[in-house]
Design a protein around this ligand. Structure first.
Ligand code: NAP
Length: 272
C-alpha cells in the first residue's frame, strides 16, 4: 500500500514539476467559452489562451465573434470563433462541432452566458421574463453540459459563472438571482455524476464587476460610493479578477476540487 502511495506521489510530483518547468499550464487543453466577445467572457477567453489553451470564442453576433478572433490572434493567441446563442440547439451543436473540427478535442467548458430582462420587485416579474431568464441562464447551461460531456477528455473541467446574488438575491433582480442560485445546484449535480469520468465541475460567483452588463448598477457616482461602502476592498472588480480564477479551475492545479462555488467579490458579504 505504501509503495502504491509512493508511486502516486511521485507521479503527481512529476505532473506538478512539468507545469512549473516552463511549459504553460494549459498548453495541452482546448477550451470553449460562451458569451466571450465582451466583458468577463472575453477576459476569460484571453487568459485561458495566454496560459496556452486553444480557445473557441462565441456569442450571438457574427461581427463580435470576428472582431474578437482577429484581436486575439493579433496577440499571437490560438483561437477560433463561432456564432452561438446558447439558447439555440443548432448553435450549440455547431459550437461543439467547430471545436472538434478545428482543435480535435475539448477539455474545458466555461458556461458564462446570462440575460437579465427584468428589473423591479421580484413578484412583478412576468411569466415570460421568468421563463426567459431560467431558459438562457440555467437550461442552456444544462443542455450545453449534457451535449459536451460525452466528447470531453478525462481531466476535463467545467466552470459555471454564477453570481454573488446566488447567495443573497439582489432586490431589483430577483429572478436573475434565482437563476444564479440554480447554478449552484447544477454544479453539484454535474460534479457528482462526472467525477467518475475524471471531469470536474465548479462555479464562480462574481461580485460587482465592471462590464456593460453591470452598467445599470454602477453607472452613477452614488452607485460607486455604495460599492466602496459594501465592498471591503473598496473597489469594483475587473473582468480579469474573474479570469485568473477560471484559469486555476481549468488547470490541473485544482485537480481535487469539484462541486464547489468560489465567491470572487473583494470581500463583499455572501455567506459564512
Ligand atoms: N458584471 C457583473 O457585475 C457580474 C456579476 C456577477 C455575475 N456576472 C455574470 O458574468 C457573466 C458575464 O457577464 P458580463 O458582465 O461579462 O456581461 P457583458 O459584458 O454584458 O457581456 C456579454 C457577452 O455575452 C454575449 N451574449 C449575450 N447574450 C448571449 C447569449 N444568449 N448567448 C451567447 N452569448 C451571449 C455578448 O455578445 P453578443 O451580443 O454578440 O451575443 C457579450 O459577448 C454572466 O453570466 C453574468 O450573469 C456578472
Amino acid at each position: 500500500m505504501f509503495r502504491n502511495l509512493k508511486t502516486l506521489l511521485v507521479t503527481n510530483n512529476r505532473r506538478i514539476m512539468s507545469t512549473t518547468s516552463g511549459q504553460k499550464r494549459l498548453a495541452d487543453k482546448v477550451a470553449i467559452v460562451t458569451a466571450s466577445t465582451d466583458g468577463i467572457g472575453l477576459a476569460i477567453a484571453t487568459r485561458l489562451a495566454e496560459d496556452g489553451a486553444r480557445v473557441v470564442v462565441s456569442s450571438r453576433k457574427e461581427a463580435n465573434v470576428e472582431k474578437t478572433v482577429r484581436s486575439l490572434r493579433a496577440k499571437g493567441l490560438q483561437v477560433t470563433g463561432v456564432v452561438c446563442h446558447v439558447g439555440n440547439k443548432e448553435h450549440r451543436q455547431r459550437l461543439l462541432q467547430t471545436t472538434l473540427r478545428e482543435f480535435g478535442q475539448v477539455d474545458v467548458l466555461v458556461s458564462n452566458a446570462a440575460v437579465n430582462p427584468a428589473f423591479g420587485a421580484f413578484l412583478d416579474t412576468s411569466e415570460e421574463e421568468f421563463e426567459k431568464i431560467l431558459s438562457v441562464n440555467v437550461t442552456s447551461a444544462f443542455l450545453l453540459t449534457k451535449e459536451i460531456v460525452p466528447e470531453m477528455r478525462a481531466h476535463g473541467s467545467i466552470v459555471y459563472i454564477s453570481s454573488i446574488g446566488a447567495y443573497q438575491p439582489f432586490p431589483l433582480i430577483g429572478a436573475y438571482s434565482v437563476s444564479k442560485t440554480a447554478l449552484l445546484g447544477l454544479t453539484k449535480a454535474v460534479a457528482n455524476q462526472c467525477a467518475a469520468l475524471s471531469i470536474r465541475a465548479n462555479c464562480i460567483c462574481p461580485g460587482i464587476i465592471r462590464t456593460k452588463f453591470s452598467d445599470a448598477l454602477t453607472g452613477s457616482e452614488a452607485a460607486m460610493e455604495e460599492i466602496e461602502r459594501v465592498v471591503p476592498m473598496q473597489r469594483i472588480g475587473a473582468p480579469e479578477d474573474i479570469a485568473g480564477i477560471v484559469a486555476f479551475l481549468a488547470s490541473d492545479d485544482s485537480r481535487y476540487l469539484t462541486g464547489e462555488s468560489i465567491v470572487v467579490a473583494g470581500g463583499h458579504y455572501s455567506r459564512l
